[in-house]
Write a protein that binds this ligand. Structure first.
Ligand code: GLU
Length: 469
């Protein structure tokens, strides 16, 4: 929905005061998709003016998270700290134009004004002592006091916009203080930098978290004072945890890179995050290209969405299942090595082809691949006693002997197992479970002929022989 007739330019504007978490990643995703859908431009802007809380590590974390998710910016990253001269210049322009003024009230005086307003039952606010008006005489300038610069905001009327997500929103201007746009040391304040950036960067659509709704009327009024055409605004509700509470560390309030560590595929994350607060009918699974094609702001939800780890697993399982075995193998290899396995001991892609359907994450897939890449577990003696009975062991020895001289393929292995079963008058589990205990140390594996085939004759026979001789 581009009602502005301007080229679509969106931005993601994180403050690097912590990692890129799910909420931030989803905001970035929506702004990115909005631009991509319209053939517009997506800009990354790092809002690093909070020198105390911003860290280079957090900047890097944001860049890494964006890169991992494949949310590439067309312009940027821009850094607000590198734009200080520009903000100062705009402050000067506004002072010259009379849309901003110097205010010499001390913080204590402003606090007293607020208390007085509270005492009257009014909203605490700056009382406009230094606000120039026609015919008004301003107080004498106190010595040795550096002024702040305040925006000369409208005193009456309302500031309203049609929020892309939430519909009509309005604020009475009398509720809005004359905002400080520059501090006594000249540094610009948060809302002011955002305004100058959105203006300079030609932002047509601001999609951001709804914790910024209260900033929007202030930003709109400053943009108006600067004679700018206004962007459209869309405020996306927050993501709640599975318990309906704020996201916790256990659920979602961690870096998106943590999901990489936990074995989620970026494509699955994109698909899952897209559905947190946006819908296209009942569609749950769609790839990146389809998402871009379908994405529209009309279907952004005005109510909070809920983080559902089970659904994320389901989506991830879908993407694991449909991923190419070769590329999964290259993702799994370092994980197998970290588990102490030997990935090259077998054809890892073939192993993955067999195992991936049951795995929700790459962590699970790597664990499962240890069936082929690691040492088999020592079977539980109780299971051995139960399943490796004398008749079963006679059949297992016979099978091992026969397998030693066959051409190693799943089909031949399957035929050989069937022949041994009928010769020894056993049912499949009576032989399959002892084979599993011998080669894998567990009673549960995928189809045993497939397991033996992928394991390869050398490894499989070595393990069988360890139990039959
Ligand atoms: N820097 C702000 C934040 O991280 C976002 C500002 C904006 O999108 O306007 O919450």
């Amino acid at each position: 929905m581009n009602t502005t007739n301007r080229p679509v330019r969106t931005r993601f504007a994180p403050s690097p005061t912590g990692f890129l978490h799910l909420g931030g990643a989803r905001t970035a995703l929506f702004a990115w998709a909005f631009a991509r859908h319209a053939g517009g431009t997506f800009i990354l802007r790092v809002e690093d003016t909070d020198l105390v809380r911003s860290t280079p590590e957090a900047v890097q974390g944001i860049l890494d998270g964006m890169a991992w998710l494949g949310l590439n910016a067309d312009e940027g990253p821009f850094y607000q700290m590198q734009r200080m001269n520009r903000y100062s210049a705009v402050v000067q322009d506004m002072l010259t134009a009379g849309t901003a003024y110097l205010c010499f009230s001390s913080p204590e005086e402003v606090e007293a004004m607020r208390d007085a307003a509270r005492a009257r039952g009014a909203k605490p606010r700056y009382d406009g002592t230094w606000r120039p008006e026609v015919g008004k005489t301003l107080p004498a300038i106190p010595v040795d006091r550096q002024p702040v610069v305040r925006f000369k905001g409208p005193l009456e009327g309302v500031t309203a916009w049609h929020d892309i997500v939430k519909g009509p929103i309005s604020f009475a201007n009398e509720e809005l203080d004359d905002l400080i746009i520059a501090r006594p040391d000249g540094t610009p304040t948060y809302n002011f930098c955002v305004v100058v950036d959105d203006l300079d960067m030609g932002i047509s659509h601001v999609l951001r978290g709804d914790d910024h709704v209260n900033n929007t009327p202030r930003q709109i009024n400053i943009l108006k004072a600067l004679g700018a055409s206004l962007p459209e605004y869309g405020h996306v509700p927050m993501i709640l945890g599975p318990d309906g509470e704020k996201l916790s560390k256990r659920h979602g309030a961690v870096s998106v890179m943590e999901y990489d560590t936990q074995g989620y595929l970026p494509e699955a994350m994109i698909n899952y995050l897209a559905r947190l607060g946006w819908s296209h009918g009942d569609d749950e699974i769609f790839d990146r290209e389809t998402f871009i094609k379908w994405f529209d702001a009309e279907h952004l939800s005005g109510s909070p969405s809920q983080w559902d780890p089970k659904k994320l697993n389901w989506v991830n399982n879908h993407y694991i299942k449909q991923a190419n075995n070769q590329s999964l193998a290259s993702l799994i290899k370092p994980r197998v090595l970290a588990l102490g396995g030997i990935p090259d001991q077998v054809d890892l892609s073939a192993a993955i082809g067999l195992l991936k359907d049951r795995c929700d994450t790459l962590v699970q897939l790597a664990d499962a691949a240890m069936l082929f890449c690691g040492e088999p577990a020592t079977p539980d003696p109780a299971l051995v006693a139960q399943h490796m009975t004398a008749p079963a062991m006679v059949a297992l020895s016979d099978l091992t002997n026969q397998l030693a001289s066959v051409i190693w393929s799943q089909e031949v292995i399957s035929q050989t197992i069937k022949a041994v079963l009928s010769k020894h008058k056993l049912k499949m589990p009576q032989l399959a479970i002892p084979i599993r205990l011998a080669v894998a140390g567990t009673t549960q594996t995928p189809a045993i002929d497939a397991v033996l085939s992928i394991m390869g004759s050398k490894l499989a026979l070595t393990r069988l022989l360890q139990h039959t001789t």
